[in-house]
Design a protein around this ligand. Structure first.
Ligand code: PGA
Ligand code: ZN
Length: 417
């Protein structure tokens, strides 16, 4: 079925910052849309998010130039093309851009079209999105069964997402269940009870960018203990019902070769930080460490991964890999991690994201499909996580509708909608 029109508009993300929603209209008159998210603790090696830098609009954050690229150059190239082969449509946009990091058209412009085209393709094939992604990309040599991911639920926000409290950016719980409705219920109960515990300590229950609390607790250790207390009040226990996970986003506190922990007023070397992670990792059975070191510190990542495998920790590269197949390949060769965080807008098209997922799967590593801290109501990542058989999905806490939209979409899929 052929594309008859493509049109993008400027909408706002969950932080009130401009982003793009693109509408792809097919020859039968049906319209298929998608929106792109935006990060705060972004990796240096991510594809370029094109912003206008016009101080008169949205403090320079407008995206009218990227929208112009969709409505003129990209539309002119794609009108008349058949959506049943979206990989080819992505390839023509990459050719049109012609740069390494999508700096000509903008990764946000290209991704918005790529997402909407994949929705249109699912419609043209008469399949739910997850089913289309699974049959189109994960059959033959790359055969993977669709399966529900475990949830990584960010109940306490620190770092850049809260702006004042913890050096570690995300304190997460991961229910053991892979049934969406059941794991959402367990996480939501623990999140609600954590609010009660914080209130009883006269601490704030205001939430950060990803919907987790950001209370004035005195240490990382106290965060784990408070979450564990809340879970225990409900009869849930660590290792039996849930695990802990963290996203350290360590690039954010890396300065001149050292890690500066503002909370404890300490400066740590990479080795000292690694020792600290090993200590809290064992004490609280933290099953997953994301970005424990800075984004170009491959060597320390490799050393920590070797140690982690003894303790059965998962080491996830986010800013390290930026969903970029070249960096993932390097990481696999250097054994720099054993899991990859997958963010569509770090690389800027669906088909390249799928290549990143397939490389990760071939290496026997885990895949964690992720939102960004600036999100929209779009739920594409829920279908992607299920359709690609990802082991994990990371999409925030149990508050804020832009986070819950993804969990709710998983529940819909579980109920065959
Ligand atoms: P970001 O944070 O979207 O602000 O980059 C999410 C993460 O680091 O995983
Ligand atoms: Zn991260």
């Amino acid at each position: 079925m052929k594309i008859s029109e493509i049109r993008a508009i400027e909408i706002l993300d969950s932080r009130g910052k401009p982003t793009i929603r693109t509408f792809v209209t097919l020859e039968d008159g049906s319209t298929h849309s998608a929106s792109v998210p935006s990060g705060a603790s972004t990796g240096t090696h991510e594809a370029l998010e094109l912003r206008d830098q016009d101080p008169k609009r949205f403090l320079g954050q407008g995206v009218m130039s990227a929208i112009g690229n969709v409505n003129t150059t990209i539309e002119a190239e794609l009108v008349g093309k058949d959506v049943v082969e979206p990989r080819e449509i992505d390839a023509s946009m990459l050719r049109l851009d012609g740069t390494e990091n999508k700096s000509k058209l903008g990764a946000n412009a290209i991704l918005s079209v790529s997402l909407a085209v994949h929705r249109a393709a699912a419609y043209a094939h008469n399949l739910p999105l997850w089913n289309f992604l699974n049959t189109y990309y994960f059959s033959g040599d790359h055969k993977v069964e669709a399966s529900f991911p475990r949830l990584m639920v960010n109940v306490v926000n620190g770092g850049k997402h809260a702006g004042w409290n913890f050096d570690i950016q995300e304190f997460m719980i991961m229910p053991l269940s892979t049934k969406p409705a059941e794991s959402v219920r367990i996480a939501a109960e623990i999140f609600a009870e954590l609010g009660n515990v914080l209130k009883s300590k006269k601490l704030s229950t205001l939430v950060g960018d990803e919907g987790g609390y950001s209370p004035a607790l005195s240490s990382n250790e106290e965060v784990f203990e408070t979450i564990e207390k809340a879970a225990g009040n409900l009869g849930y226990s660590r290792n039996k019902d849930y695990h802990f996970a963290v996203d350290c986003a360590a690039t954010e506190f890396f300065e001149n070769g050292s890690y500066i922990l503002k909370k404890n007023n300490q400066t740590k070397s990479a080795q000292e930080l690694m020792d600290y992670y090993a200590e809290i990792g064992q004490k609280y059975t933290i099953q997953s460490f994301e970005d424990p070191f800075a984004e170009d510190d491959w060597e320390t990542f490799s050393r920590f991964t070797e140690l982690a495998e003894k303790h059965q920790f998962q080491i996830v590269g986010d800013d390290l890999f930026v969903t970029n197949p070249h960096r993932i390949e390097k990481g696999i060769n250097q054994k720099a991690a054993n899991a990859v965080l997958i963010k569509l807008n770090q690389i800027g098209s669906v088909s390249e994201t799928i290549t990143a997922i397939q490389m990760t799967q071939r290496a026997g590593w885990n895949v964690a499909v992720s939102h960004r801290s600036g999100e929209t109501e779009d739920t594409f990542i829920a279908d992607l996580a299920y359709g690609s058989g990802a082991e994990f999905i990371k999409t925030g806490s149990m508050s804020r509708s832009e986070r819950l939209a993804k969990y709710n979409r998983l529940i819909e899929i579980e109920n065959q909608f």
